[in-house]
Ligand binder design. Structure first.
Ligand code: WTA
Length: 653
C-alpha cells in the first residue's frame, strides 16, 4: 500500500546533487566499516586551529560512560561560521531577516557585517566579565541579535543556553537556576502576529523568584521600543553594550570536547534536562548533515522555519548553514499572519530554494487549501524538508504535489535534541522516497530495533529504535547530572543509545517512525514532558492529582489530554477549568495549553501506587475496547467512571 508508493530520485532542480545513489552506498558502507577513517576525512569540512590525531573514544558502559570525538583537536566554532568565509564571500548574505509585520523593512546581513557584530558583542560580553566556560542564557525571539548573541558566546568560549521565547517566566527561572547562569540576554518584547509579548517582564519575574539568584547582568535588545521596567545596576541595552566595541575579537581556542551550548529538553522526569553539546563533533555533524541532506549549494537561499530556541534552530538555522556559508532566512512571525499565504509569499519574495518546516505547519496550511498558496508560484523551490514529528502521508502528498508543485523531493528528517543533527533521512540525489517514511540512516548512523523482551529485531519488523555506537553530534551529558544521562539513554539496551521512539523497518530497510514510547509528548513538533506538566498542575491549590497523556490531533499531531482529580472542596466547573488552563500557561507557556481536561474522581494506579498512563492513553485515544491487561490495577473500577465521562475533543480542524 503506502510502501508501494515509491518516488524515484529525480533531477529536482536541474542541479547535480552532491551525492548520488552509488556514492551514498559506498560512503555509508565506509562510514560503518571504517568509522575512524570516514570521520577523519569528514572532519576536514571545518578548519582546525590544531588538527586532531585521535578520532573517537566512546563507551556507553555505566562504569565508563564517555563520548569523545577529535579530542586533541582545537578549533573555534565562529572562526568556521564567519572568519573563513570573509575573503571569498564577505559580501555574501549570511542572514535575511523578515519582520513579523510585512510593512516593516527587512534586513540583509552579509558575512562581514555578521562577523563585525559578533566581534563587537563578544567584546561587550568580555567587558561584562563573561569568560570561557561561563553559561549565558539567551531568551530572545527570532532576531539577527539572537544569532549574534549565540556566536558571540562561542567566540569567547562561553556556553550559551537558549531558552525558547514562548516559555513562561517560571520555566525560564527553572532553567536559569539549573544552569546557574549569571547573564541573560533578552528583548523588551517579542512580536508575533501583531502581538507584543513582554520578554523583559518575564526575565524580571523569573529573577524575582530564582532561589539564590546569581544573575549579574541582563542585556536587552530593543525590539518593540515600548517602555519596560529597568534596573539600572543590572540592565543594559544591547545597543549600548556594542557601541564603541572593536570589530575584531580573537577567537578563543577551544578543545573539541569543550561545551558549545546547553539546551534544555523534555524527558521522562519532571524537570527538563540540560543537554550539553560539544564544539568539535557537533559542528562537524551539523555542517555535513546540512550539506548532504539538503544538498546545500552556493546559490541556495535556505529557510528553516524553526525557532532558535529548539535544537532545529541551533543546528539548521545557525550552525550548519553558517558553517557551510549559506544564505539563511529568519522570519520573526508565524505562518498565517497577516494572512495564510504569508510563507508562500516569502518564498517568492526571497527566491527561497530550500524550505524546511514541521508537519504541523504543513497541515495548518493544507486545511486552507489554495488560500495558503494564492498569488504565489514558489518556482524557486527545489527541495522541501520536514522535521519534528511523523509526517502523515496526506500532508506529505499535499506538500509535495501542491506546495512544491511536484517538482521538489520531500526530505523527512528524523532526529532529536540529543542527536545534535539529522540521523535518518533521504539524500535528495540518492534515495527514492516513500511518503511518511524518514527512509535510510545518515552516514555513520547504525539504527537497530529491539522488541519489548529485549531481543534485537532483524530485517522487517518493529520495536524500540536505538542507535549502535556514537556519532560526532551526540550530546555529551546532562548538565550537572551525568548519572541521569546514563539512566535516560544507555541503561535500557546496553551498548546502544536509546532514542525513546518506536519505529518499523520495512522490506527495503526504510524506517517508519511511529512516535514516542516514553512520557514525552510531541505537540506541534514541540517536545513536552507529561511529568513536567503533571508537576505544574499539582502545585495548583485546587489539584490533588493529575495525569497527562497525548491524543491524536488533526493539525498538531498530538494534543494534550489532561485528567485531573480535584481537592475535595473544589467544584469541577468551567471556572476551575479556565483557571487550570491559565495556570499551565503561566507555569510552562502557551505550548502547554491543554486541549482537554477531564475531571477524574481518582486515577488508575498499581498496588504500589504508580500511575498507569498506558490505560489513560487508551481512553484519550478513544480505544477503550483495547485497554490491555488491567489486572495490576489496585482498583479497576475507577476506569468505569473515566470511560463513561470521556471527553470527545474537537477534531482540531
Ligand atoms: C520526533 C527535533 C517522526 C521524535 C529535531 C523525536 C520525529 C522527537 C521526526 C525529538 C520525524 C523528530 N519523524 N518523528 N521526521 N523528527 N521527531 O528533541 O519523537 O525537539 O524523538 O528534536 O521528535 O524532538 P526534539
Amino acid at each position: 500500500m503506502q510502501e508501494q508508493q515509491l518516488y524515484p530520485v529525480s533531477a529536482s532542480s536541474g542541479q547535480e546533487a552532491l551525492i548520488d545513489q552509488r556514492q551514498y552506498r559506498a560512503m555509508y558502507q565506509l562510514s560503518i566499516e571504517q568509522p575512524v577513517r570516514f570521520w577523519a576525512e569528514q572532519a576536514n569540512c571545518i578548519d582546525w586551529i590544531k588538527p586532531f590525531s585521535e578520532v573517537r573514544d566512546c563507551s556507553f558502559d555505566r562504569q565508563d560512560l564517555h563520548i569523545d570525538w577529535f579530542r586533541d583537536g582545537y578549533l573555534n566554532v565562529t572562526a568556521n561560521c564567519l572568519d573563513r568565509h570573509l575573503v571569498a564571500m564577505g559580501d555574501k548574505t549570511a542572514l535575511i531577516w523578515e519582520a513579523d509585520d510585512p510593512d516593516e523593512s527587512h534586513r540583509q546581513i552579509s558575512y562581514r557585517e555578521l562577523y563585525n557584530d559578533v566581534c563587537r558583542c563578544a567584546n561587550g560580553l568580555l567587558e561584562l566579565g563573561v569568560s570561557k566556560g561561563d553559561i549565558v542564557t539567551i531568551y530572545l525571539p527570532l532576531l539577527p541579535e539572537t544569532v549574534v548573541s549565540m556566536l558571540a558566546c562561542a567566540r569567547i568560549g562561553a556556553v550559551h543556553c537558549v531558552v525558547f521565547g514562548g516559555f513562561s517566566a517560571e520555566a525560564l527561572a527553572d532553567r536559569i537556576e539549573d544552569s546557574q547562569s549569571r547573564w541573560v540576554i533578552t528583548a523588551d518584547h517579542s512580536l508575533r502576529a501583531g502581538q507584543q509579548i513582554g520578554l523583559k517582564g518575564n526575565v524580571d519575574a523569573a529573577l524575582g523568584r530564582c532561589a539564590g539568584n546569581c544573575v549579574e547582568k541582563v542585556v536587552v535588545v530593543r525590539r518593540s521600543g515600548a517602555a519596560v521596567a529597568w534596573h539600572p545596576q543590572r540592565d543594559i541595552w544591547f545597543s549600548d553594550l556594542l557601541a564603541g566595541q572593536a570589530e575584531h575579537c580573537a577567537p578563543a581556542v577551544m578543545a573539541a570536547e569543550d561545551p558549545l551550548f546547553v539546551l534544555y529538553t523534555a524527558g521522562s522526569a519532571n524537570r527538563p534536562r540540560g543537554l550539553v553539546h560539544s564544539c568539535g563533533g557537533y559542528l562537524v555533524y551539523a555542517a555535513i548533515t546540512h550539506r548532504y541532506v539538503f544538498d546545500c549549494q552556493p546559490d541556495d537561499i535556505y529557510w528553516c522555519t524553526a525557532d532558535i530556541g529548539w535544537i532545529t534552530g541551533h543546528s539548521y538555522v545557525v550552525y550548519g548553514p553558517l558553517a557551510n556559508g549559506a544564505s539563511t532566512l529568519l522570519h520573526e512571525g508565524v505562518p498565517g499572519y497577516p494572512d495564510i499565504s504569508r510563507w508562500s509569499q516569502l518564498i517568492d519574495k526571497y527566491k527561497v530554494s530550500i524550505f524546511y518546516t514541521v508537519p504541523t505547519v504543513i497541515r495548518s496550511l493544507m486545511v486552507h487549501g489554495n488560500a495558503a498558496i494564492r498569488g504565489t508560484d514558489r518556482s524557486s523551490l527545489r527541495l522541501l524538508g520536514s522535521v519534528g514529528e511523523p509526517i502523515n502521508p496526506e500532508a506529505w502528498q499535499w506538500f509535495y504535489r501542491v506546495f512544491g508543485r511536484g517538482r521538489c523531493p520531500v526530505i523527512d528528517t528524523w532526529w532529536q535534541a540529543e542527536t545534535g543533527g539529522i540521523m535518518i533521512a533521504p539524500l535528495p540525489g540518492a534515495t527514492a522516497l516513500k511518503p511518511g517514511s524518514a527512509t535510510l540512516p545518515f552516514f555513520g548512523v547504525e539504527p537497530a530495533l529491539f522488541d519489548g523482551a529485549g531481543n534485537r529485531v532483524e530485517g522487517e519488523g518493529e520495536g524500540y529504535l536505538v542507535i549502535r555506537g556514537s556519532w560526532p553530534g551526540q550530546a555529551r551529558s546532562i548538565l550537572g547530572d551525568p548519572g541521569g544521562f546514563y539512566e535516560a539513554y544507555f541503561s535500557q539496551c546496553p551498548g546502544y543509545y536509546f532514542t525513546g521512539d518506536g519505529a518499523r523497518r520495512d522490506a527495503d530497510g526504510y524506517y517508519w517512525l511511529s512516535g514516542r514510547v516514553d512520557e514525552v509528548i510531541n505537540v506541534a513538533g514541540h517536545r513536552l514532558s507529561s511529568s513536567e506538566i503533571e508537576k505544574a498542575l499539582v502545585t495548583h491549590r485546587s489539584v490533588l492529582e493529575a495525569a497527562v497523556v497525548a491524543y491524536p490531533h488533526a493539525i498538531k499531531g498530538q494534543g494534550l489530554y489532561v485528567f485531573v482529580t480535584l481537592c475535595a472542596d473544589q467544584a469541577a466547573d468551567e471556572h476551575c477549568r479556565q483557571d487550570l488552563v491559565e495556570w499551565l500557561r503561566l507555569q510552562i507557556g502557551g505550548i502547554a495549553t491543554p486541549d482537554v481536561i477531564q475531571w477524574a474522581p481518582s486515577l488508575p494506579k498499581t498496588l504500589s501506587g504508580e500511575l498507569v498512563r498506558r490505560v489513560l492513553r487508551k481512553i484519550a485515544y478513544d480505544d477503550c475496547d483495547h485497554l490491555g491487561d488491567i489486572s495490576n490495577l489496585a482498583d479497576p473500577d475507577v476506569l468505569q467512571h473515566l470511560i463513561a465521562n470521556r471527553v470527545r475533543p474537537s477534531p482540531g480542524v
